[in-house]
Structures are given as C-alpha cells and as structure tokens.
Ligand binder design. Structure first.
Ligand SMILES: Cc1cc2nc3c(=O)[nH]c(=O)nc-3n(C[C@H](O)[C@H](O)[C@H](O)COP(=O)(O)O)c2cc1C
Length: 249
C-alpha cells in the first residue's frame, strides 16, 4: 500500500529512526538555519506562533543540559542541541499593546506546547531529509525550572522537549523499530474499542525480537510501560510549569 504512494517526503518519514550516536563532522554553514526556517512553516494554532527555538552549540551549556536530562550523552556529542519551547510572551505582549490583560489557561498551555511539538517534528523530518540524525529529548522536562534558568527563559516560556542533531556515527539501520499494528491506532469512522491486549502481546513479541537481534537489553513494550506508569513520572512538573507562568485552569 505505502509503496504505491511514495514521495520524497514519505520516503524520509518511512526511514525515520532516532539517532543517538554522532560523528565529529560539523554541520555545514547554513544547514541548521535552512532546517529551522523550513520548520517555521509548520501549521500553528490561530497563527499565534506560540513557540521559540533555542539553538545551543556551547559545550558547557550542553553538558549541563545533558545532566538535567538524566545524563543523556548525545546532548554533549551532537553538533547542535535545539530546545523547542512553548512561548506565550509574544501573545501576552500583543494583548498588552491593545490594553488587554491576557487570560492564561489550560488551552494556551496546550496549544503553545502543541506549536512547539509541531515545529520540533518538522525540524526532525527536515534534518533527516539532509541525511542528518536526530533524537528528541523529553528529558528536558525532568527539571523545567533549572532548564529555564540555564537557557535564560523569561516567565511564560518552558522547554517542551529538546533535540540532539548531528551526522550519524554510522549508517542508520534499515530495519526499523516496529510500531503497534495499524489496526490498533488507525480507526475507521468510529473508535474500535475491541480489547487490544492480544495484539499488544503480539507486538511485545515482535519488539522483543527486534531488540534481541540488536543485543539490546530493553524489554518489549507492555512491561516497561507498566513499570514507568505505576508512578507519576514527573510529579513536580505541574508546579514547576506554574512557577514558569503556565496555567492548568
Ligand atoms: C516527545 C519525545 C520525547 C523523547 N525523549 C527522548 C529522550 O529523552 N531520550 C531519548 O533517547 N529518546 C527520546 N525520544 C525518542 C523515542 O524514544 C523514540 O522516538 C521511540 O523510542 C521510537 O524509536 P524511533 O524514533 O527510533 O523509531 C523521545 C521521543 C519523543 C517523541
């Protein structure tokens, strides 16, 4: 099916793999700017453009960010680290220019985070289309206030996730991490609420084989997810985001 409908863009998307090991080769001048300016064409809620991108090349800052993200070495080893932030400062200034006090709320928190995510996804696809490798870093939400301080973020801005970008150390694999079966995630006309467990167990086996073939110690899918979700992964998140000027009302 996919093969019948293929474009340069879908070819890149169908090759996607997160890359965490990078060579020392620098990015060519202007390449990152071309990628980020392409990503700026992403759709954005009500054209509000409530995001900001911070490019971090400085090694010392990246070392500190790597620690905040739980010692993720690829933040140090990559050629450029990019932080995708939800940013409500400009829309607040727009309100102020018209004598209006902006109402903060869950909707603004959500759409600014969505805006940042869409630009981040476009950045990854654009980077991959140049042959670069990248990995998103949700670990940036481990310590949102410390990350904000390090990057000089004003109130109303937080890092939704980061991205390590660089030339892959070796050719990216051609066998890709399998995804959940299509029928579990694509519903036709109405949500199909059939118990997904049997298909999830099949997926556990498939993913286990994938990891096994790569001598990776990761468990399959359901067990690590259950392990992670038995506790709130970031119990301080809401309080820290509120301190950074975001509302959940
Ligand atoms: C929002 C988001 C946050 C992520 N955070 C991390 C992270 O902190 N560290 C990491 O190594 N990978 C991270 N990833 C990458 C995922 O682990 C990866 O996309 C997933 O396992 C699927 O593998 P693939 O991208 O190679 O197909 C993140 C992905 C997303 C979408």
């Amino acid at each position: 099916m996919i093969e019948n409908f293929s474009t340069l863009v879908t070819e890149v998307q169908n090759r996607h793999v997160s890359v965490r090991r990078f060579s020392d080769k620098p990015l060519e001048d202007g390449m990152l700017d071309a990628i980020l300016n392409t990503a700026r064409r992403s759709p954005t809620s009500s054209n509000r453009q409530t995001y900001s991108i911070i490019v971090v090349r400085d090694l010392e800052t990246r070392k500190k960010l790597a620690v905040l993200a739980g010692n993720q070495q690829h933040i140090v080893d990559c050629q450029a680290f990019v932080a995708f932030c939800a940013d409500t400062t400009r829309v607040e200034a727009a309100c102020d220019m018209h004598g209006i006090t902006m109402v903060k709320g869950l909707e603004l928190t959500l759409v600014s985070s969505i805006d940042a995510a869409l630009v981040g996804m476009s950045t990854q696809t654009a980077a991959e289309s140049f042959g670069l490798g990248a990995v998103m870093i949700g670990g940036m939400r481990n310590h949102p206030k410390a990350a904000a301080e390090l990057l000089g973020l004003p109130s109303g801005v937080y890092v939704v996730f980061g991205m390590s970008i660089g030339w892959p150390e070796k050719e990216p694999p051609t066998i890709l991490k399998p995804r959940l079966p299509e029928e579990l995630v694509i519903h036709r006309e109405k949500y199909d609420a059939t118990d997904p467990r049997e298909k999830m167990a099949e997926y556990d086996r498939k993913l286990g084989e994938f990891y096994g073939a790569r001598n990776k110690s990761e468990s399959a899918w359901t067990a690590p997810i259950a392990g992670h979700l038995q506790n709130h992964p970031r119990p301080h998140l809401r309080g820290e985001l509120e301190d950074l000027g975001f509302s959940f009302e």
